[in-house]
Design a protein around this ligand. Structure first.
Ligand code: MOS
Length: 716
């Protein structure tokens, strides 16, 4: 049965809007203590002394943890998948936690943290991409074909540099950890995309048996990469709870989130794009240089999606880290694809203009069926269908091609721009249990995390289509290491990984029930059938593997908490696609840019939950508009660290910035990805939005802005 899914309400919507949903920092515990970190006031140096005397004398202070409390911890210094660093005396960036104050109240913790006096031997630092002392370190390259030969033959070549700034995630839920050490069991509550890593990182860092560590993140208030691994404070708070023997909670203030949590790095993309005499794109040189920290493990993998955007046979992708004294960059929604495709789709637009071609037709002429990198066919690719549908809904045929040729009566310049987005379709294995009880309950436990994207609704939609069970008593525990073996939820692989497991579990359940009934015909729901035959419950377990995954993948998952494959699978490559059509209006005197309407059409295979899929795309488009026109973290070149560390100064898109966003789906199942035909959606939604905005700004004004965010001063 592979028909479209119904537009079911978000199953967690009512709890969320009523404030009933419990986030990590909401969990009440008797005897709870409050923690606050002491951030480093300098960017680089060595902590030679830490005067805690005044702080410790404040009534209500329970303990002050310092680097000495972590002398036996075993960080490996890199973070991301590895255990995070703890409290250390080596200072790598401004805002790094130097101590953790634990007190009876939050107010006392704050007061005492401010009374701690660090003594620091300062060292010179490099805060910016362009600072002296920034070390340029070449990274892995990706090549397809022979770009040199292709450029030698190319007739039209454009070359340009595209810059995107440092940006910070600002989930509504602040970064926080609550740790409870009781009865020989350590339980960590944290808004996370990765309860598995919370557990294993803390266990290995503190030298604990993972069996005595549980991690719980049933719901996170936004994440999208920032909460993908154990956080900077996770093990520090856990250690505090174990040392003191009482529950400890730390909620990072927003400003500290900017310093301590990960961010999207400043990136410079250099693109050279060549077309042959027939106007066909034949070669790309793509160099991506990202600002990294000195030791940060986030690799500059900007080519995986960019090379698969269109059918261009020669691609030379180079990359480098520019090592500086900042906190670690890491994943932020479409971490590689969003900035890389901004550069690529801006360059393609420039080439289309140079060749006097319609930007949509030009792109559609470069569709392909074969992955240039592997030579394998794509499992499915309906990008041109996205363009066709989007152009029709947007009214693209009414566009006049000359820049500045479309103006409103008051002189407002109108621009229409387009861009595609692509994102790899990735999957991890899942081990899921499904239990249905005679008294009306259903429980489906699987690896997955909910941080707003709607994974529970996706799983409910599959289960409720497949099984006659009660919707109102359906419980889907995820993000909980005590419920099922967990895995990082990111990379848009949540639905691809968990939903096929729900389908397989439902099928197994039907088979188990049939076996139990042994030919008897009993009416009613599965609950009623179980009640009739006097079985209190029926439970099945399934192990669901992605294409090409096997026992070795399961073992890898067990040992490293990470077992993702794709987009290249045995015999095919799977990607998700989107086409964005954007209208901008540039006010003639102030040069203010507005985005009154967007049409975005996605190909994510079968849409499993129309409601949450639409929301995913709307959210991605809004964030893309924010990236294109608003968001940038300013680095302080004098003292290091970040300057605009709150959401008053770090400007994100708000309601007034957003007009109409029309979302559509091709909704054709991918025949090879999985039995549901579903691919990922969350990240591809955002890919290409900022290029479409930039291309629209060019069409409105004739100004090609190659640096994000596009600001009024660029258009004066
Ligand atoms: Mo996403 S940036 O892979 O959480």
């Amino acid at each position: 049965m592979n028909t479209p899914f119904p537009d079911r309400d978000r199953i967690d919507a009512h709890a969320k809007v009523r404030g009933a949903t419990t986030y990590a920092a909401d969990a009440p515990f008797p005897g709870l203590l409050y923690a606050m970190t002491v951030p480093s006031p300098v960017t680089k140096g060595t902590l030679t002394a830490l005067d805690t005397e005044d702080a410790a004398a404040i009534p209500g202070v329970v303990r002050i943890l310092t680097a000495e409390d972590f002398a036996h911890a075993v960080p490996n210094g890199t973070h991301m998948g590895a255990p995070p660093p703890t409290l250390e005396t080596a200072i790598a960036y401004r805002g790094q936690p130097l101590a953790l104050v634990v007190a009876e109240t939050l107010e006392i913790a704050i007061e005492a943290a401010e009374a701690v006096r660090p003594v620091i031997e300062e060292e010179p630092f490099s805060a910016l991409f362009s600072s002296p002392g920034a070390v340029r370190e070449p990274a892995e390259a990706s090549h397809v074909g022979d770009t040199e030969a292709a450029f030698a033959e190319a007739e039209t070549v454009i070359e340009a540099e595209y810059v995107s700034p440092t940006q910070h995630h600002n989930p509504m839920e602040l970064t926080s950890t609550t740790a409870v050490w009781a009865d020989g069991q350590l339980t960590i509550y944290e808004g996370s995309q990765n309860s598995a890593a919370m557990r294993s990182a803390v266990a290995s860092l503190l030298g604990l048996d993972p069996a005595i560590v549980d991690a719980k993140s049933p719901t996170a208030g936004g994440a999208f990469g920032q909460k993908g691994w154990a956080q900077r404070q996770t093990a520090i708070v856990a250690h505090a709870a174990m040392l003191i023997g009482r529950p400890v909670k730390l909620v990072m203030p927003r400003a500290q989130v900017f310093h301590v949590a990960t961010h999207r790095p400043h990136i410079v993309h250099r693109i050279r794009l060549g077309a042959d005499a027939s106007g066909r794109m034949v070669a790309i040189d793509h160099d991506a240089a990202q600002q990294n920290s000195r030791q940060g493990p986030f690799p500059p993998h900007y080519h995986e999606a960019a090379m698969r955007l269109y059918d261009i046979p020669n691609y030379n992708g180079t990359a480098m880290d520019v090592r500086t004294d900042v906190s670690n960059p890491a994943h932020m929604r479409a971490p590689y694809e969003h900035p890389a495709i901004f550069a690529m789709e801006s360059a393609i637009d420039e080439l289309a203009v140079a060749l006097d071609r319609d930007p949509v037709a030009f792109r559609m002429a470069h569709d392909g069926t074969v992955d240039p990198y592997t030579g394998q066919p794509y499992s499915s690719r309906f990008l041109n269908e996205c363009f066709t549908e989007g152009a029709a809904r947007f009214g693209w045929e009414r566009r006049t091609p000359a820049p500045g040729s479309m103006t409103a009566a008051d002189g407002t310049q109108i621009g229409w721009g387009v861009s595609a987005g692509v994102y790899p379709a990735l999957v991890h294995p899942a081990i899921a249990t499904l239990r249905i009880t005679a008294d009306g309950r259903t429980r489906f436990a699987v690896a997955g995390h909910e941080f707003g994207q709607g994974i529970r609704t996706v799983l409910a939609n599959v289960l409720l289509r497949e099984l006659d069970i009660r919707e109102d008593r359906l419980d889907i525990p995820i993000g909980d290491t005590t419920a099922a073996r967990q895995h990082l939820t990111a990379g848009s692989w949540g639905s691809f990984s968990a939903a096929p497991a729900a389908l397989a579990a439902a099928e197994r359940m039907r088979a188990a029930l049939a076996e139990l009934l042994d030919g008897r015909e009993i009416g009613g729901t599965i609950h009623q059938q179980l009640a009739t035959i006097k079985r209190p419950f029926l439970e099945v377990e399934v192990t669901q593997l992605g294409p090409g995954q096997d026992a070795a993948t399961l073992e890898q998952w067990q040992n490293y908490n990470f077992a993702v494959t794709g987009p290249a699978y045995p015999g095919f490559t799977a990607m998700s696609y989107i086409a964005h059509f954007v209208e901008v209006r540039v006010e003639p005197r102030t040069r203010r840019v507005r985005v009154p309407r967007v049409v975005s059409i996605a190909d994510c295979g079968r849409v499993l939950s129309p409601r949450t899929a639409q929301s995913q795309v709307r959210g991605g488009v809004i964030w893309g508009i924010g990236h294109a026109l608003r968001e940038a973290t300013e680095t302080d070149p004098r003292y290091g660290g970040y300057l605009n560390c709150d959401i008053a100064d770090y400007v994100v898109a708000v309601n007034a910035d957003i007009g109409e966003i029309e979302v559509g789906f091709i909704d054709r199942p991918d025949p090879l990805a999985n039995a549901l035909g579903a691919k990922g959606l969350g990240e591809v939604a955002m890919v290409g939005v900022s290029a479409a905005v930039g291309n629209a700004v060019f069409h409105a004004t004739g100004r090609r802005i190659r640096e994000l965010p596009i600001r009024i001063e660029h258009l004066l």
